[in-house]
Structures are given as structure tokens and as C-alpha cells.
Design a protein around this ligand. Sequence first.
Ligand code: PLP
Length: 424
Amino acid sequence: MFYANENYALLPESYLFTEVARRLKEYRVSHSDREVIRMDIGDVSLPLPEVVVKAICSAAREMGSAGGFHGYGPEQGYLFLREAIARGDYHQRGLDHIGADDIFISDGAKSDLGNLTDIFGEGVRIAVAEPGYPVYVDANVLDGRAGAGSGGRWENLVYLNCRPEKGFIPEVPDSEEPGEVADIIYLCYPNNPTGASMRREQLAGWVDYALRNKSLIIFDSAYEAYVRHPEAVRSVYEVPGAERVAIEIRSFSKTAGFTGVRCGYTVVPRTLSFTFRDGESASLNRMWGRRQSTKFNGVGYIVQRGAEALYTPEGQQDIRRATDYYMRNAAMLREALLKKGWRVVGGEDSPYIWTIPDIGGRYVEGRSLTSWQLFERLLDEAQISSTPGSGFGSGSEGWIRFTGFNTRENTLAAIKRLADLSEI
Ligand code: PLP
């Protein structure tokens, strides 16, 4: 008799995004004459850069020629792309210790974040920052590592609270007693949803913690191309020693409009070595390679040629132009909200704005609007959709997320509506 994986029964529907979509649909049905501006979306709005389109077309033509056909490729990704990444994203930024053999091409960051649990040992303690990108938690729930859930939290997970007064940066735990140490630590900077970025010395605290406790950091830097501040971290490997404790997850989705093309990469340095419970040592690079060659057949040649084009001077300019465009949207939104007296985080090294109407810049039960109440007010009174912050973790009540990913025209229209909005 077939029994389904019971962990799937544990995981509730994605309440946040389903509920936003449901409420928007309902609103549109009852207010068909009003146009809603989607400031909740995490998808990009600019088209693919021309240099990518040309490379994709040329690779497709190559595939259609007898001599240029490519069948199954290397599971780790073509060397031409891995070398371009190593050079462009690491060597040219002074990170010579990351090489093409450390890089695994993926079909995007979400897949690898979901699949990485395959290489975690049994009983490891997993720490997630809250608020956070929901995939870190959900992937571990599906893998049976989170235990029972209640009130939006899971009994076996360690929650790293990111508080406004700390700039939404989690603090390194005080206790390093056996049984209390976080064995796997998910960090995401620049952060989704808060838009906060991390300074090098803040990350160094986490790298030191991981080195002392033999923990593994999974550093999601899907938004690294948005970093503008010189002290803000783009890569975990900017901190010495991180190559012995950290995996880095990257994506071309938000950097170059690849949300629909699908390509990213994961860095698992060859210097990353851990032990099995019996004490035998293991290279995570080799393990991840084994995992990928068993369960994954690589990213399409055409797509990898498209990604390679991003490392040409023209491609780099296109990335800068696109990220500047979204950052300008975010900066204008930030300014407009600050002018209204709202508390605002993000929008400086990130396309996301994390905001709360001011009552001392924090949520006060009974006096402030909840995130969902704020969502409703903005929808009702200004026809702007937002993402309720409480959906990213229980400590984020009252906050909402706006995105800089919409078009300039829509962003300007949203800003005007926000300016006209009565006091909240
Ligand atoms: N990581 C973070 C923090 C994200 O916000 C997203 C997408 O929104 C992803 C990963 C997934 O990106 P990809 O499109 O590469 O799967």
C-alpha cells in the first residue's frame, strides 16, 4: 500500500501569498472600476537584457546545427559559465579563493535551497532568521526536520529574531553549550523581506561562531547586485574563514531578469569539509556534486550561454542599469514613506522596502494596525497592494513590504496615492 510523505500534511498552504491573491481577487471583483497597483510583487518588470537575448538566440541556432548540438551537459554546469562567474563575481572583487570547481550552476536559487536539505545529517539544529524567506523553513518541514508546528513556529527550529532596534540583523547566540548550538544557519543579505543589508563585521561574528562550533552557514545572496554601500556584504566569502563554513546561493533572477529563464548558482567551496557522525570526514563539494549528478541533469546549454553573456562588459552594464532602475523606484518609495513619518528599512542596498506607520516606529497591540489591517487600508483607500509582514514570521506584526520591482510609471502612481492617503 502506498502512503504519502506525511511531512507534506504538516506544511500548511502558503498562507501569505495565497491570501494576498485571494483578497486582491475579491477586491477586484467588487471594485472593477478601480485599478490596483501591485507593490507586493517579487517579480521583475524589465525585459531581458539585449545581450542575453542575442546569446540565447545564437545558442539556439548553434543547437540547431549538426556540429553545434549539445545534449546532456555536465551536471555541475558548463565550464565556460563557471569560469565566467569565478572571474566576474569573485576574482575581480578580490576573492581569488573561489574557483570554477567550487561553483554549481542551478536552475535558480529556490531549487537549491529546497534540495540542500539532502546533505544535512540527521538531528542537526537548524536556525532561521525571522522574518525570513519562507523556503528555508518549508524545505526543512518537508524534509521532516522541523518537528511539530504551532502558531506559525516549528518546535525543532531555532529562531533568530531580527528586531527593528538591531537593524533586522540577527544576533549571534550567547550560548554555545552542546545541544544549544545552531548547526545550520540560514542567512540572507541583502534581506528579503526587510531589505536590510549586513556589514562585514556583523557577518564576521557569524563566521567566527560557525568556525568555533563547526556549523554550516547557508548564505542566500540572491540580491547581492543591489548592494551599494561599500561596507555592506555582497558575498559571504568576503569574510576570511567563510570558505571553511559557508555555502553561498546566488541567482540571476533579480539581477538580470531571469525569473522566467531560470538560472542561478551555488558555491560549495572545496575547502568545506565536515565529518559524518562516525568521525569520517566528508567534502561537501563532493557530496553536493554526487547529489546533483544523481538527481539533476544540469541547466540547458542555451540558458547557460545567456547567463554567460552577463559577464561581458555590456552584460555588466545592463545589470547595473536594471538594478539602478529598481533601486531608484525603491529610493523614491522610501523617501515618500519617510515624508509621511513612517518607519522605513531597506531600499538602500535592496529593492525591498520594509515599513510601518509610525507610532514610535513599532507595533503596539490595540493601538497599531496589524499587517493585514494595514494591507486592507492601503487596498481600500489607495488601491495599492502590499505584502503583510506578519506572513514572514510572528515578530513582524504591523510591518508590510513594498517592492521596487514595479515599473517607474506604476511606482510613481503608487507614490502619489500614498501621498494623498489620509493619516494611518
Ligand atoms: N532567495 C530569496 C531571498 C528570494 O527572495 C528568492 C526569490 O524571490 C529566491 C531565493 C529564489 O530565486 P530564484 O528565482 O533564483 O529561484
